[in-house]
Write a protein of this length. Structure first.
Length: 50
């Protein structure tokens, strides 16, 4: 009886950390994509203006 709630809480903790890390990774990837897009946009603007 004591083993079940502890394993369930550990499972919830593992899934929570997995979701948290996946959210961090996805946000970092979207930030990188936005950064690359802004760099491409500024590069295109500089090439068009010259």
């Amino acid at each position: 009886m004591l083993c079940l709630p502890t394993s369930q809480s550990a499972f919830l903790n593992i899934t929570g950390t997995n979701a948290y890390t996946s959210g961090l990774i996805s946000s970092a990837m979207s930030n990188l994509a936005n950064y690359n897009l802004t760099l491409l946009g500024s590069f295109a603007n500089s090439t068009v203006s010259t």
